[in-house]
Design a protein around this ligand. Sequence first.
Ligand code: AMP
Length: 421
Amino acid sequence: MSFENINLIEPIRKALKTEGYSIPTPIQKQSIPIILEGKDLLGSAQTGTGKTAAFAIPILQILYENRNAETLRHSVPQTDRKIKALIVTPTRELAIQIGESFAAYGRYSGLHHTVVFGGVSQLRQTNALKKGVDILIATPGRLLDLMNQGYIKLRDLEIFVLDEADRMLDMGFIHDVKKIIAALPQKRQSLFFSATMPPAIITLARTILYNPVKVVIAPVISTAELISQSLYFVDKPNKNALLLHILEDRSIVTALIFTRTKYGADKLTRFMTRNGIRAEAIHGNKSQGARQQALSNFKSRKIRALVASDIAARGLDIDDLSCVINYEIPNIPETYVHRIGRTGRAGATGIAISFCNAEEAAYLQGIQALLPEIIPVVEDHPFPMKEVAATPSPPGRKPSVTAYSGKYDPRLRRRLQTRRR
Ligand code: AMP
């Protein structure tokens, strides 16, 4: 099925061609027709599935058609713009990315959008709002702030999107979200997206949606087959040298490297810079401006490596990211899936490399238990681990590397086979 099979208007078809999209992703295939029919939607999907286009394309189409009809009916000047669609998302990075998607898919639509988020001066945002926008993308805090100051009025709103609802709750935005919902017109179309659907999310969804159609898309984990994963057992002091060795491979054009701590990210960035690899760090201690600058340098390939902490990097969407490197193994198994999901997006292939030292072997077991496939171990490398415990760990102790040896561990393979059945 191609986009040609979905009844899209010419300005959007043209924009999708410019973007090089020809085949809709599963969430797009399912959601676009439902949204175009004006129905509410409850979408269980993560970033990386093409979720943004799944809501941005039909929103642009609906607003474009309504606007044309209104202009004909009432001779409303094209310059008279009221906020007709609102997308609320938890982080600044996501808000900016959604804004970029609306810019791309809506480039021939004549519709205007803007993005508002906290941590920066509001002047540019209020100036953009004063000029008039059709579509507003916002993080909850700044949105409420600007609503309270009278810069944002939502009485003409037609479509509301709550994006990444589970993260919104995790980040403590529930009260803000409730206040925003209370300020929306009753008569509206609502779209609700969440990667997971715990009871608190279902309850929230019920307060927002009317008779929604449910769309469930397999999580990013199922795209892992597009990601070539590999695991290097290496002693901690040799991780830097192994990283340089791996980056000698020029086919790794861009690498997103994860460290566990902000301090570790800065230290590794300094090491790479000293060794001639253009790198910058992105983490919570950096100002919003510095984070955006590093991200834009990475996207434009001015730098080759972006060293990130998990909080800063979740949800980042970087086209054609060649490689994700777990310099340190995350202690939460799901984090591994989120990290490697930054590459191999929307049908592209990617590489995910992980460095594991003796202490991290326990984390690896948790990750391996979550994955449907076993991460292959690269044994032939210049810095093989010396610090391997000779015997399996006694009961009750953290498992050692010998107790976990990737694809060579028959017990693990048996367990995975049993689970699959
Ligand atoms: P998202 O899940 O919205 O973060 O999208 C993940 C990535 O997939 C983004 O880089 C999009 O530009 C890309 N993408 C979305 N839809 C398509 C499509 N139909 N064909 C190719 N790439 C797409």
